[in-house]
Write a protein that binds this ligand. Structure first.
Ligand code: C5P
Length: 412
């Protein structure tokens, strides 16, 4: 889908800007046309001359240039592209985008565009991890902005961690996936008047007052689904286990710790039209959690007897009176993905299983799905299997919500 596509590339002011020259080259090689807006800060890192030489197009960099406005106004610039890509998306650009500022050509074009926007963040690790940046990121993904990276690694500033801009070929792959898919922004009213219930994150099962059993779920996928359902006009209740990411804007978020608390909160939130169980609920809890901190005693290790937790998905899918019209479960598998998902569909009594391969062999993701930003899923239902390519979790969320809204006739 890259052949013939028209990309508007906004180059922000970060050291990673040099990689955008390679990005332009790779896009041109694949038959894309690339127009570039270079921000004032971006000028410090790459020159308009090298960009123009590689893109074969004039570089836009001044909101108030009368010649530019006559030749191509900033509104037309933002609309004539198939996709807008911001690379590097600096903390400053992300903050401006999240607050809807229009103080220069880049931010004006971003506010005026009616096309999908992909950002490739790049910044110092502490700037990336700062709650303000994470809040802005949540706002942007909530607005339907797609994100690629950042990657973890050594940074130009000498620190280590997430903040490195995605590599040019990773950005090309993300552009390709976005151009191939449906728009992430489900029709704003697709779920208007519907109540959507989502579970997300891990659960913590206490061993004693300070220790617990848990898993590596970050809540990113479930939270992204809640945000996408909200964008599609639904009233959304999100029941979240302990996570470090912010509550999605406009979503009633109920925080719980244990599986039992999650089940209680889910039952209180019913009725719902759609229930999506994305939480990684602990299968077991400690049968008799200690009221006191368990002490080391004479080299003896304490025996932890476990008991099974209630299955929230199965309980709601089999609810005698309040079963939502669509019940969706998730399945994390490392092998025989689709067969196991089919078995789960029957065992749990739900309408759809979103199966993800947590081993991710061949998916291009290292380090597994839990906590990562991307996901490769298969939708397994009685009517068959649909497989999606590896996508950002926000893109998976948008497509899933769109898919569920499209099943409307079945459950209206
Ligand atoms: O059985 P398994 O844990 O693989 O099933 C995964 C699906 O079931 C997920 O949708 C998860 O949210 C849900 N689940 C649940 N309550 C449990 C265990 C899993 O809702 N106790």
């Amino acid at each position: 889908m890259l052949q013939g596509a028209s990309i508007l590339l906004i180059i922000g002011g970060g050291i990673a800007a040099y990689k955008t020259l390679e990005l332009i080259r790779e896009l041109k090689k694949r038959g894309c046309s690339v127009r570039v807006i270079l921000t004032k800060a971006g000028h410090q890192f790459v020159t308009p001359l090298s960009i123009a030489a590689l893109s074969g197009e004039k570089v836009f960099d001044d909101l108030f240039s009368l010649t530019d406005e006559v030749e191509m106004g900033h509104i037309q610039l933002s609309r004539s592209a198939d996709l807008v890509v911001v690379a590097p998306a600096t903390a400053d650009l992300m903050a401006k985008m999240a607050t809807g500022q229009a103080s220069d050509l880049a931010t004006t074009a971003l506010l005026a565009t009616d096309k999908r926007v992909l950002i490739a963040p790049a910044m110092n690790v502490r700037m990336w991890q700062h709650p303000a940046t994470q809040r802005n990121l949540a706002t942007l993904t909530g607005d339907g902005v797609a994100v690629v990276g950042p990657n973890a690694g050594d940074m130009a500033c000498g620190e280590f961690g997430p903040g490195r801009m995605a590599e040019p070929l990773e950005i090309v792959a993300a552009i390709d996936a976005l151009l191939a898919g449906p728009p992430a922004m489900p029709a704003a009213a697709a779920l208007a008047g519907r109540h959507v219930l989502v579970t997300s994150g891990p659960t913590h099962e206490p061993i004693d007052p300070i220790r617990y059993l848990a898993n590596r779920s970050s809540g990113k996928q479930g939270h992204a689904i809640a945000a996408a359902a909200r964008r599609a006009g639904a009233r959304v209740t999100l029941i979240s286990g302990p996570v470090t990411i912010p509550d999605p804007a406009g979503v009633e978020t109920i925080h719980v710790e244990t599986a039992q608390q999650m089940l209680d909160a889910v039952e209180r939130a019913l009725p719902a039209d759609i229930a999506i169980f994305a939480a990684a609920v602990a299968d077991w809890r400690v049968a008799a959690a200690s009221g006191e901190k368990i002490k080391k005693s004479g080299g003896r290790t304490p025996a932890l007897a476990l008991t099974e937790n209630p299955d929230i998905l199965a309980t709601v899918a089999r609810h005698a009176t309040l079963r939502p019209a669509l019940v969706v479960g998730f399945a994390a598998e490392t092998e025989h993905l689709v067969e196991h998902a089919r078995a789960k569909l029957a065992a749990k009594g739900c309408d759809l299983i979103v199966a993800n391969d947590v081993s991710l062999t061949g998916s291009g993701i290292t380090g597994g799905v839990m906590g990562a930003d991307r996901n490769a899923v298969h939708l397994v239902s009685a009517s068959g299997v649909t497989s999606w390519p590896t996508l950002g979790k926000d893109e998976v969320a948008a497509r899933l919500v769109q898919h569920l809204a499209g099943l409307g006739a079945q459950w209206a």
